[in-house]
Design a protein around this ligand. Structure first.
Ligand code: GAL
Length: 806
């Protein structure tokens, strides 16, 4: 008992003294929110009683309603090759993100006294935030995606402080749904005058071998008579090395610390170390902070390509926009983690944050779960794509935006490359070449360890101007026919597929006849999931597979996109209703489309893939040609319809598709059972899969991704809802209207069915199934306990699932 008591006291003392050195206070509760201009930054009592109370991260626009008028515009989308303006709808999601808004909150700084410094950090604020503390403006930051902080020490008073933030989203400021509001974390940092600078630690691993790694730690600090102790902990928290120094040059300490027998970071083994920095003035501990890092080595070599820890590999990557479907842009860790889990299962090993700074949570998760990262900055430089885009700020802000991206994120081992821009119109003209060079030099100055790319679509112009030749890594967006030319024209000896495919499909929707086609449109505003449709500038997945598989100098690809996103409803951007993308390998609800299995069959090298499409419910198509495709890592397979062999198909070179898919093009539909048997290299049956024609929907089935979630008020269980017939066969075309009810210690958060043409609002507890499925998001409260989700639909046996929060 006594010993326990002593331990408790020590823990308490440690916490108090630690708290004295540095406190981080997240401001997430009790925010007041008002949409409109008519508010004030004043700290004086002012009537925000009628404002709504929200928690941050918050996206004010995601609750809708979807409205065609929100983002109606008459424009020609130049990047898409359009010359004549037409009416566009849904380009930014048709959600009410445009306009001005205010957030207010109150905070105290416990124990604030002279000698303390207080900073406020925003990890993103959409957009053009102006920040006021106790009525005084402390700063502003134009770019909504970036992280920024202000020193607010001089504004802090004892007792209650008032924080006010104004935001403004202009029309025509984005090419996709940008979200709206304080969509990422806001926190206060309280520390001593003698302290480590904000983002002042930079950890790199310039030498890595099996037996030893050199960990270089640069630490910027302020104060007199300083010394710094850096301790390296392994993933279990054991000390593996420590170093103390008082050699400071200007404001910077530099330490080289040896770690013996290092465990290297990689997607397959994402091992993380922590550097604990303790700053002393004289003998007094003044500051302490922790930096997680990985020991890994990256190399880009014209002879061998990209290698990680000495092993050559190609990026099996996807591009992601930042919205989380039904949650909008408000950051949520469980939603991000679920996305990455789905991508890892596909065999994906890399993410590109198109076309802006990623959330810090996404980077932390990629570090932990093992995904490499291409961190991007801008969709525009000085020449605009949209009237009120970033071009308004480029000259004045670009350098500080790049600096903040790098300083805030450079210790993440997942980041293996930077991107200074995407398809910037500045690819044309001499000014653009200068801008590319200028930006790249800022990256090199701030981080000499990672190369810089630009996603280029104007490949011929960049070959002629020298734009492409000066980049560390030339990135090609689409233009598969120009890879060879670019490889010859550019001196780097490497080409990255910085953006690839842009194949379009709607989950579970199939169109006939099955033909390869660009810009195909249908009355129902869906695209075919036979994966044969793309855009005028883009292509099918196989064109990229072939480049990756046959050209050693192609160092990988980032598919557009891993998940559908709000906005950019190509090829329906001139057709209403349609408000989200068709490009995703997974739909907006996170449910896999057929294409998921095509990529999985190539990318996941540890598990087998065997997937049949389409579904087998084609009442009215009896006797008509209804092709069947199989996506699999096996080379050949035999198809059986109602027990009768439809023949063996083998991957072959007759077309790009035939190389990677097994296709029975002439099959005539007859209801019943479709079975595929895959054969291994020796011709032996290795795996099989069966799908069946279903009867009428009878029963609702619920499948949560996690049954036990954290009782933190943020965690979410994603429950896939589907219907089956009386015999348990999936009803793949069901579109029943369902109603959701959550009881116990959880709340109904949202639902999403992946239908890009649906105008149903995510947060209302009712939605139609789309192609037989949807996903319900059940959120925990801060009270632990039982949670129940009940889903009902007319004429269907209800689905009930019991979840738990801890
Ligand atoms: C690219 C662009 C992306 C997206 C995509 C759609 O040109 O970089 O942001 O618009 O096309 O195919």
């Amino acid at each position: 008992m006594k010993r326990e008591g002593l331990f408790f006291l020590l823990v308490l003392l440690f916490q108090v003294s630690f708290a004295q050195q540095r406190q981080e206070i997240e401001l997430n509760q009790g925010w007041k929110f008002y949409k409109g201009q008519n508010a004030s930054a004043s700290q004086k009592e002012f009537n925000d009683k009628k404002w709504s109370t929200v928690t941050v991260p918050h996206d004010w626009a995601i609750y809708g309603p979807f409205d065609k008028e929100v983002d109606k515009q008459v424009v020609a989308i130049l990047q898409n090759g359009e010359k004549v303006p037409t009416e566009k709808t849904g380009r930014t999601g048709s959600l009410p993100h445009i306009g001005d808004a205010w957030y207010r909150n109150y905070f105290t700084v416990p124990g604030f006294q002279k000698g303390k410094r207080v900073f406020i950090q925003f990890e993103g604020a959409m957009s053009e935030p102006k920040v006021y503390v106790n009525g005084t403006k402390v700063g502003e930051w134009n770019y909504g995606y970036n992280y920024f902080y202000f020193d607010i020490t001089d504004q802090i008073q004892n007792g209650k402080n008032t924080l006010a933030v104004s935001l403004s989203n202009k029309p025509l400021s984005s090419r996709w749904y940008p979200g709206a509001g304080l969509f990422r974390k806001v926190k206060l940092i309280v520390k001593n005058e003698e302290s480590i600078e904000h983002w002042g630690t930079f950890v790199t691993t310039p030498f890595v071998s099996d037996t030893q790694a050199k960990v270089n730690v640069k630490t910027k600090a302020a104060g007199k008579d300083l010394s710094l102790e850096t301790t390296i902990l392994d993933a279990q928290g054991n000390t593996v090395a420590t170093n103390k120094t008082s050699a400071i040059f200007g404001k910077e300490f530099e330490q080289n610390i040896a770690v013996q027998n290092p465990k290297l970071w990689s997607p397959e083994s994402p091992y993380l170390y922590t550097a604990v920095s303790r700053l002393y003035s004289g003998n007094t501990l003044k500051d302490e902070s922790s930096t997680r890092f990985g020991i890994r080595q990256i190399n880009y070599d014209p002879k061998t390509g990209f290698s990680l820890n000495g092993k050559v590999r190609k990026f099996k990557g996807v591009c992601l926009h930042h919205d989380l479907g039904p949650l909008g842009s408000a950051i949520n860790v469980s939603a991000l983690r679920r996305q990455l889990r789905i991508l890892k299962d596909m065999g994906c090993d890399a993410v590109r944050s198109s076309h802006n700074m990623p959330s810090l949570e996404q980077l932390q998760l990629c570090d932990e779960m093992g995904l490499m990262f291409l961190a991007e900055t801008f969709d525009e430089w000085a020449k605009p794509k949209v009237k009120n885009g970033y071009a308004r700020f480029f000259d004045q802000d670009a350098e500080k935006d790049v600096v903040n991206l790098i300083r805030a994120t450079r210790n993440h081992p997942c980041i293996v490359m930077w991107s200074s821009g995407n398809e910037v119109p500045d690819q044309f003209g001499a000014e653009g070449v200068k801008r590319a060079k200028w930006l790249q030099e800022i990256f090199h100055r701030e981080d000499p360890t990672r190369p810089v790319t630009v996603g280029m679509d104007q490949v011929k112009a960049t070959m002629a101007s020298g734009f492409g030749a000066l980049l560390d890594i030339p990135g090609l967006n689409y233009r598969t026919h120009l890879y060879e030319d670019a490889f010859k024209a550019f001196p780097q000896g490497l080409i990255l597929g910085s953006e690839t495919a842009s194949t379009v499909s709607s989950r579970g929707v199939y169109k006939f006849p099955v033909v390869k086609a660009a810009e195909k449109r249908y009355d129902d505003h869906q695209c075919s999931s036979y994966d044969m449709e793309y855009c005028s500038w883009s292509n099918l997945p196989e064109d990229d597979f072939i480049l990756q598989d046959t050209k050693p100098w192609v160092i990988g690809q980032f598919v557009w996109t891993g998940f559908d996103y709000l906005g950019e409803p190509t090829p329906y951007d001139s057709y209403w209703p349609s408000r989200s993308s068709y490009f995703g390998i997974n739909d907006l609800a996170g449910l896999p489309k057929d294409r998921f299995y095509l990529y999985r069959s190539q990318w996941n090298t540890t598990e087998n893939t065997l997937h049949i499409l389409p579904h087998w419910n084609w009442e009215g198509r009896e006797g008509q040609v209804t092709p069947v495709f199989v996506y699999t890592n096996y080379d050949s397979a035999e198809l059986f319809l109602n027990g009768k062999s439809m023949g063996v198909q083998k991957k072959n070179d007759s077309s790009p598709q035939a190389k990677y898919r097994l296709m029975w093009m002439d099959l005539k539909y007859e209801p019943g059972t479709l079975k595929v048997v895959a054969y291994d290299k020796a011709g032996k049956a290795a795996a099989e899969k069966t799908i069946k024609t279903a009867g009428k929907p009878a029963r609702i089935v619920l499948e949560p991704d996690r049954k036990v979630i954290d009782a933190d008020g943020n965690d979410i269980s994603f429950v896939t809802v589907s219907v089956v017939d009386k015999d348990g066969n999936a009803c793949a075309t069901a579109n029943n209207q369902l109603n959701f009810k959550v009881s116990g210690n959880g709340t109904y958060r949202a639902a999403c069915n992946g239908d890009a043409s649906s105008l149903e609002q995510f947060h209302l507890p009712t939605m139609k199934l789309f192609s037989g499925k949807l996903v319900v998001l059940v959120q925990s409260t801060s009270k632990a306990g039982d949670i129940q989700l009940r889903v009902e639909g007319k004429g269907l046996q209800a689905g009930i699932i019991d979840l738990k929060s801890k």
